[in-house]
Every structure is written in C-alpha cells, then in structure tokens.
Design a protein around this ligand. Structure first.
Ligand SMILES: NCc1[nH]cc(CCC(=O)O)c1CC(=O)O
Ligand SMILES: [Zn+2]
Ligand SMILES: [Zn+2]
Length: 334
C-alpha cells in the first residue's frame, strides 16, 4: 500500500518514548551476566592489563567487591578459574574439578554470601590442561571426544553439586551437552541446574585478552578444529539445533558483535529458548581502545552495542562492562 502519506515515518519516532516503543525490548540489569576471573590465591587482586578495569580475584577480595555490585543490582556472574599453583595443570585437566580449586571455592563463597545471585560456571579444561587445549587429547594431538565429554560432564556435575545455578560448557567437544545433562540427572540436580550451551562459539582473534587473563592459550596448534570457522553460518545453525536436541536450556552465541546474524539465526531456530551472547574480551578491549582513540564516547558505544545485540535477538548478555554499568548507574535513570 502506498499513498501520499504512507512514506511519512518520522512521526512514529519523534519523541524519546515513541523511540523506545520502536524497540521490542530494552536493556535491563537482569540481562547482564558479569564474567569474573578467580585465582587460587585467596588474597589476590591483580589488574589484567589487556582488559581495562578488570582484575583477577582471590576469593577473599572478590566477596567484598561483589557485595558493592550486588547493592547496585548485580544479578548474575559467570566464573572462570585461573589456577596459579605450580601443580595445577596435567594432560587431562584433573584440577578443573578440584574441591579446593578456585571455581568450587568461589561458587560456595558467593552462594553463601549472596544466595540470590545466579552463579554460572564456565566449564572447560583448557585452564587446567598442560597442553592448553579444551579437552583430553588423542596421541595425534586431536581432541578425544569421548574422554573429553566424560571429563567435562564430571566437572560440570561437581560445579553443580557445589551450588552453581548454571553450568556453561565452552569446550566445543561434540556430545558434551548430552553427557552433562545425563550427568546432572544421575546426580539428582538436573531439575535445578540450568545448562547453557556455548553452541555457536567461533574461532578467531577476539579471545586474546581472555587467554592472557586466564593463562589458557594452547601450547601447540590452535582451536580451529573444534571452535567454528567464522564463515560457517550453516555449521553454527547445525550446532544450535544439535545442542537443543541434546538438552540445552539456553543457547549462546560467541563472540557477539561480528556474529549478530548468528544471534538472529539462533532466535529463529529456537524462538522458545533463551538466547544469549558473550561480548568477549577482544570486543570489550576494542571498544575501550576506540574510545581512548577518540572514535566515540565509551558509554554511548557500549550501550549502543547492547541495544544492537538485543535487537538481533539476545535475551541476556555476558559482558565485562557489567561492573561499570552498575557502579556508574548507566541504567538507573530509565
Ligand atoms: N574455553 C575457554 C574460554 N571460555 C571463554 C573464552 C573467551 C572469553 C573471552 O574472550 O572473553 C575462552 C577462550 C577460548 O576459547 O580460547
Ligand atoms: Zn577451553
Ligand atoms: Zn586440528
């Protein structure tokens, strides 16, 4: 239908409120998940040079810091373990599920102090393997899918039994979602632990600051044979469908801003499932660097990026901006 007035659209978004109505959803504090790096040195509080404003935390220092954020509206964290002890790594990542390791101690401490905070655990072996790959290796250096899934599932169950509300495997071994779901059921916690799949996790250049922060770079080769090729839109759709079939409760796309088409695909494949995305370390560092170079204002750019992720279909977002958003009250005057 076209007539002399149908081309006039600006009346529909002239006012700030009508502009808000043009979007289906808007960013709120409950959409934010804060990624935190926890070490096995209880009193640690060390800035991470490649992640502006972010630190590696020991449990003793982490709890008071989180307390400030909880007062400002923090709802959820995702924990990454950074084991620094000299015996922390072996070929099968035994220490991933160490009951005295950083992840399990942090889960217990956070759930004790802040029972309402939704605690997610990233599940992977690369922080704990001597070779730095995300599972258990075959002799030819490839990942052994059966052994890796078994270790990943055992680790996820241990995190769940220590009190985690959610486990999120980021390793990309085929079959891990089914293995974890079965493990959770066997342990009697499947009814209360959410399983988020990093279903569409792409290989690429955006994880550098994280690997620096977590000490998890592979000692040989790369992750291209298990993380997805950036051109692989169809492969991502198959991974999303597969992980839904295996029992994922939510689907993650990672990284986020270069992959908004994949977020939209995920929303279309799984309209009834929560979709989230991870604005990863390289994306965070890029926004900071560009703002520092005068390309744009940091807060404006960060908020714009979240609006775009939500428009693409994200229901919640893992972002290193969470602490700044809460401490500076970016969402308080809505
Ligand atoms: N499996 C480990 C893991 N979990 C989350 C990230 C990246 C997160 C980020 O860059 O912020 C990585 C690194 C990798 O896969 O190499
Ligand atoms: Zn990994
Ligand atoms: Zn390979």
């Amino acid at each position: 239908m076209s007539n002399e007035v149908s081309s006039i659209l600006q009346g529909g978004y002239h006012h700030p409120l009508s502009r808000k109505w043009q979007g289906e959803r808007e960013l709120s504090k409950s959409m934010l998940v804060y990624p935190i790096f926890v070490t096995d040195n209880a009193d640690e509080e060390t800035p991470i040079p490649s992640l502006p404003g972010q630190k590696r935390w020991g449990v003793n220092k982490l709890i008071p810091f989180l307390g400030t954020l909880v007062k400002r509206g923090l709802k959820s964290v995702i924990i990454f373990g950074v084991p620094l002890a000299s015996d922390a790594k072996d070929p099968i990542g035994s220490k991933a599920s160490d009951p005295t390791g950083p992840v399990i101690l942090a889960v217990k401490a956070i759930k004790k102090e802040f029972p309402h905070v939704f605690v997610m655990c990233d599940v992977c072996l690369c922080e704990y393997t001597s070779h730095g790959h995300c599972g258990v290796l075959n002799e030819d250096g490839t990942l052994n899918q059966d052994k890796s899934c078994a270790r990943i599932a055992d680790t996820a169950v241990d995190y769940a039994l220590s009190g985690a509300d959610c486990v999120a495997p980021s390793d990309m071994n085929d079959g891990r979602i089914l293995a974890i779901k079965k493990g959770l059921k066997k342990a009697g916690v499947a009814h209360k632990v959410m399983l988020i799949s990093y279903a569409a996790k792409f290989s690429g250049c955006l994880y550098g600051p994280f690997r620096d922060a977590a000490g998890s770079a592979p000692s040989f080769g790369d992750r291209k044979c298990y993380q997805l090729p950036v051109t692989g839109g169809g492969l991502a759709r198959r991974c999303i469908q597969r992980d839904l079939n295996e029992g994922a409760d939510a689907i993650m796309v990672k990284p986020s801003m270069w992959f908004m088409d994949v977020i939209k695909d995920a929303k279309q494949i799984a309209p009834d499932v929560p979709i989230c995305c991870y604005q990863v370390s390289g994306e965070f560092a890029t926004i900071h660097a560009a703002a520092k170079a005068g390309v744009y204002d940091l807060k404006t750019a960060a908020l714009e990026s979240f609006d775009c992720l939500i428009r693409a279909g994200a229901g919640f977002i893992l972002t290193y901006f969470t602490d700044q958003i809460l401490l500076e009250g970016w969402l308080d005057e809505q």
